[in-house]
Structure formats: structure tokens, C-alpha cells
Design a protein around this ligand. Structure first.
Ligand code: NAD
Length: 246
């Protein structure tokens, strides 16, 4: 018996990086996993590599209509949805005065509105079943100030706050909502730091002196997806090599 046997998990932004790793780990623990992303080729490949436990759906998290059709498709296929990982996200690096309104809105749209729409799409079903675990991927940027990343920081602080608000709304109905706050994780997202030549400065803020593998975040997501974490809701779970300790 796997730690997620009998559960169905929907993971956004799962074509690569942390989302793909969570899909692999959840499937290996017995879950049926639904990977969604805007990167269709990578997403289909990730699902194919996992095998029959996985399916892929094209899904832009900023579209409420696409959320409705993805959740409808999952319920038609599996009849239930136990876990949602709101993982899709984008990073934009620029100081305040060089951040355009369009860029700011784009980051908020994906990271914040996408998470809002995701929770809204699945909560009625989870409340009806009196069970469910929603895992919102925030960041250490949702726990502290992040110079040069105003839009990203704003979106990740919002995710942290939204997590607590919804957790309080749905706790009486057996549904849990928690946030994960990763530090510096080896995924394609780090290319943005490298592009701006700030990777060295970023690493100076990591006490353990190394980046993390995506599996190190997926392990935490697995715990929150499973019934082992049944008494945890509205909480922040940090996996950051000590970044936020000081
Ligand atoms: P990544 O860039 O590899 O993965 C992000 C995924 O989100 C991509 O597959 C991308 O196509 C998808 N995506 C982007 N816009 C989308 C949209 N509109 N609809 C659907 N999917 C969309 O990076 P990652 O590190 O795996 O990021 C996963 C999450 O972790 C993100 O929310 C990110 O902000 C967060 N995070 C990452 C780090 C890090 O160091 N890598 C640190 C803290 C938090």
C-alpha cells in the first residue's frame, strides 16, 4: 500500500520542474495523477513516462473556463479529486522602477489568480466529500522581502494569505489547505537568476550552501497530500536550507 493509495491528485505546472517531480512521487505512492500545464509536449512526455497512473491536460491556470473543464474531466474519469497542488508559477526579476504594469499583472495573474481559481474550482467537490488536501506552492519570497522581485514577492505573499483564509473557511468540512515555501530549487526557473547574473548573490543567502533537488520539495508535498498530515491546515511548510532562519 502506497502512502497515497486510492487518491486522485491534480498538479498544475507539472510538465517539468517541481510539479513533474511531485507527479512522479505521488504516482509511485499509489495515486492517480493528473498533470496540467501550458507546455503540452513536455507535459505529455512527463505523463507518458509515469505510465497508466498519469494523464495530461492542457490547462492555463489563469482561465476559469479551463479550470472548469479540467476539473469536470477529472471527475468524469475518476469520480473524485482528493489533492490539488497549485504549483504553476512564473518568476520575473526586475527592480521596482523597471517593472512594467503589464509584467506585474502577468505574474499576479499566474501565481495569485491561478491559485485563487484553482481553490475555487475544487472546493465545492471536496466539501461535498468532506475530505481533500490543497497544497499551494508559495516561496521563501512569501515569507520575507525579496529585492528585485516585487511582483513575484507580492504574488507569493498573497498565496500564503489566501491559503490561511480558505483553510479557515473549509476546515469544518474536512478540507485542508497548506502552503509550501521552497528556497532555491534546481528547476528551469533558476535560469531567470542566471540570466540576471544574481545566482551567486542568491546562494549567499542559503545557510546550507547548496540548492535543493525537486524531490526534496516533493517529499514535503507528499506528506501534505497524504492522511499523515491530517491535523495540519492553514500552515506554512518551509523547505529552504535555512534561508528564512535569520
Ligand atoms: P518551472 O518553471 O520548472 O515550472 C513552472 C511550471 O509552471 C512550468 O512547467 C510552466 O510551464 C508552468 N506554467 C507557467 N505558467 C502557467 C500557466 N499560466 N498555466 C499553467 N502552467 C503554467 O519552475 P519550478 O521551480 O518547478 O516552479 C514550481 C513552483 O515553485 C512555482 O510556483 C514557483 O514559483 C515555485 N518556487 C520555485 C522555486 C525555485 O527555486 N525553483 C523557489 C520557490 C518557489
Amino acid at each position: 500500500m502506497g502512502r497515497l493509495s486510492g487518491k486522485v491528485a491534480l498538479i498544475t505546472g507539472a510538465a517539468r520542474g517541481q510539479g513533474a517531480e511531485e507527479a512522479r512521487l505521488f504516482a509511485s505512492e499509489g495515486a492517480s495523477v493528473v498533470l496540467t500545464d501550458v507546455l503540452d509536449d513536455d507535459g505529455k512526455q512527463a505523463a507518458t513516462e509515469i505510465g497508466s497512473a498519469a494523464t495530461f491536460h492542457h490547462h492555463d491556470v489563469t482561465s476559469e473556463a479551463e479550470w472548469t473543464s479540467v476539473v469536470d474531466a477529472v471527475l468524469a474519469e475518476y469520480g473524485q479529486l482528493d489533492v490539488l497542488v497549485n504549483n504553476a508559477g512564473i518568476l520575473a526579476i526586475a527592480p521596482l522602477v523597471l517593472t512594467t504594469e503589464a509584467e506585474y499583472r502577468r505574474v499576479i495573474d499566474v501565481n495569485q489568480i491561478g491559485t485563487f481559481l484553482g481553490m475555487k474550482a475544487v472546493v465545492p467537490h471536496m466539501v461535498e466529500r468532506q475530505q481533500g488536501s490543497i497544497i499551494n506552492i508559495s516561496s521563501v519570497a512569501g515569507l520575507m522581502g525579496s529585492p528585485g522581485m516585487i511582483a513575484y514577492g507580492a504574488s507569493k505573499w498573497a498565496v500564503r494569505g489566501m491559503t490561511k483564509s480558505v483553510a479557515l473557511e473549509v476546515a469544518p468540512f474536512g478540507v485542508r489547505v497548506n502552503s509550501i515555501h521552497p528556497g532555491i530549487i534546481e528547476t528551469p526557473m533558476l535560469e531567470e537568476f542566471e540570466k540576471w547574473g544574481v545566482m551567486g548573490a542568491v546562494m549567499e543567502r542559503v545557510p546550507v550552501g547548496r540548492t535543493a533537488d525537486a524531490r526534496e520539495v516533493a517529499n514535503l508535498a507528499l506528506y501534505l497530500a497524504s492522511d499523515e498530515s491530517v491535523y495540519s491546515t492553514g500552515s506554512e511548510f518551509v523547505v529552504d536550507g535555512g534561508m528564512t532562519a535569520s
